[in-house]
Design a protein around this ligand. Structure first.
Ligand code: SF4
Length: 476
């Protein structure tokens, strides 16, 4: 049977797609390979949100082909949907499969295997078979690829569950709707059963994610909403803690904030894309809120949840952004209680409205503005960490990072998205009460104050969790 390796790029949604492909390949008897160098099939699951993401995928393909010339390289994901011919022209690529055809990947690999003639160093390029391109109308795509993903900051302790794909908005800088299609949602019963299975398997925290999570349920019949879904998860599952990934500001309603504030089973964590603190630029970006609407939500969150994490994505150097616009963004961010920022340098994406504007800024201006925003973001994060000193917090222990296998501390994550280092060695995946005693450069050092809750739930070892997750899910 075929051996395969999946190389992942991109956001949580793309990683969730990769996990679903992996699950299906395992179900068909394919064997995972420990590296791309020893696999017969290498699946490259790409992102195309910036030109840098495209370049990373191309570099990975070239490197894999150089190190393992016999491998069949199947490229999929958002870049494969946007520019399939570009990828098909790269050496070693046997298939390019857009997001529209992603569910066909497992059968493609198993069928291809039957007629497979391995390539080798001696195969002249002119004799190599032409790559097969499968790419169709993404707006006709239905369904959501489903499989919980292990990874991220939690190092396999906190699965990510993608419950929504696609986006009906058209922000002028964003290529995502063109490569992921219309918004579509996982039915509520499927969401609930996935969460129950994960929770019963021992997971304590699950991260709900989507391309535009706040639009979950609007395409379903009967129509549903994210608020109702969260209420049902609280009422109909025993999950200890749920975390919501990015959610658009206008979907953060007073009722949603009140729901978060009324339970300790939803993490006190709001990540709301801001993109710019200048109303001129928000308008040019075709964002549908202005700074006053955004600020109102941030202030409401602070009122209900004084210690919540509040994070934002910001784009530096959108076409036509003046120094005054940039300064307005710095001032706006400075005036609000953000606890962290994700800063992106503007990157022109083919096919978007912003790419056609003739007011593109020079790279050095874009990067200088991004740097200034990052400095501000780091300052805000540090102030937030300092504000949490001495406070007792319930944290979830995580696996020790690979680069610190014997560290005398244990990493942990709080409800309000702070990284902790507890000053002793502990098992992953338990809730503990800790008190922060000092501030590190990206974390808080904390002493243990073991809580009763940590002893009521059975402990699960990460290796068990990994195999449990690989038993879950397929396509829906
Ligand atoms: S909301 Fe805007 S930025 Fe987000 S995925 Fe949709 S179009 Fe892109």
């Amino acid at each position: 049977m075929s051996t395969f390796y999946i190389e992942q790029f991109g956001c949580r949604a793309t990683q969730a797609d990769g996990a679903a492909i992996e699950r299906q390949l395992l179900d068909r008897g394919c064997t995972p390979s420990s590296s791309a160098n020893s696999a017969e099939f290498v699946v490259i699951n790409t992102c195309t949100v910036t030109s840098a993401a495209d370049a990373q995928a191309r570099d990975a393909i070239r490197k894999i082909h150089a190190q393992n010339p016999a491998a069949q390289i199947l490229v999929t994901g958002c870049y494969a949907q946007r520019a399939p011919e570009e990828l098909a022209a790269l050496p070693g690529v046997s298939h390019v499969v857009g997001n529209s055809h992603k569910p066909q990947i497992p059968s493609l690999i198993t069928a291809h295997r039957q007629n497979f003639v391995p390539l080798n160093f001696l195969t002249p390029a002119s004799f190599a078979p032409q790559p097969q391109i499968l790419n169709g109308d993404i707006f006709a795509t239905r369904g959501v690829l489903v499989a919980p993903v292990l990874g991220g900051e939690g190092n396999h302790t906190r699965p990510i569950l993608k419950i929504q794909d696609g986006c009906n908005n058209r922000c002028s800088f964003c290529v995502i709707p063109y490569v992921r299609g219309k918004s579509r949602s996982l039915p509520p019963e499927t969401v609930l059963s996935e969460i129950r299975r994960l929770s019963e398997s021992g997971f304590q925290e699950i991260v709900l994610s989507g391309i535009n999570l706040g639009s979950w349920g609007r395409d379903l019949s009967p129509r549903a909403g994210i608020l109702d879904l969260l209420r049902r998860i609280l009422g109909e599952t025993d999950l200890a803690r749920l975390r919501i990934s990015s959610i658009e500001p206008l979907d953060v309603t007073q009722d949603l904030i009140a729901l978060f504030a009324g339970t300790d089973r939803i993490a006190d964590h709001f990540h709301m894309p801001l993109q710019s603190g200048s109303d001129n630029i928000l308008s040019a970006m075709h964002r549908w809120y202005r700074t006053e609407h955004y600020a109102r939500r941030v202030n409401l969150i602070r009122e209900f949840l004084p210690n919540a994490a509040i994070g934002a994505d910001v784009i530096a150097g959108f076409p036509g952004e003046t120094e005054a616009d940039h300064e307005a963004t710095l001032r706006f961010i400075g005036s609000l209680p953000f606890t962290y920022l994700h800063v992106f340098s503007y990157s022109s994406r083919p096919g978007t409205k912003a790419a056609a504007l003739d007011s593109q800024l020079p790279g050095d201006v874009i990067h200088r503005r991004a740097r200034e925003l990052r400095v501000l973001g780091e300052f805000k994060s540090e102030k937030f960490r300092e504000s949490q000193l001495g406070r007792s917090q319930r944290v979830l222990t995580l696996n020790r990072p690979e680069k610190f296998p014997n560290a005398p501390w244990t990493p942990a994550l709080s409800s309000n998205y702070l990284q902790f280092r507890i000053t002793e060695q502990l098992h992953a995946n338990q809730f503990l009460e800790v008190r922060a005693v000092s501030v590190g450069d990206s974390y808080l050092s904390a002493e243990l104050d073991r809580s009763p809750q940590s002893e009521t739930r059975p402990e699960s070892q990460p290796s068990d969790l990994r195999s449990l997750v690989s038993d879950l899910s397929g396509l829906s």
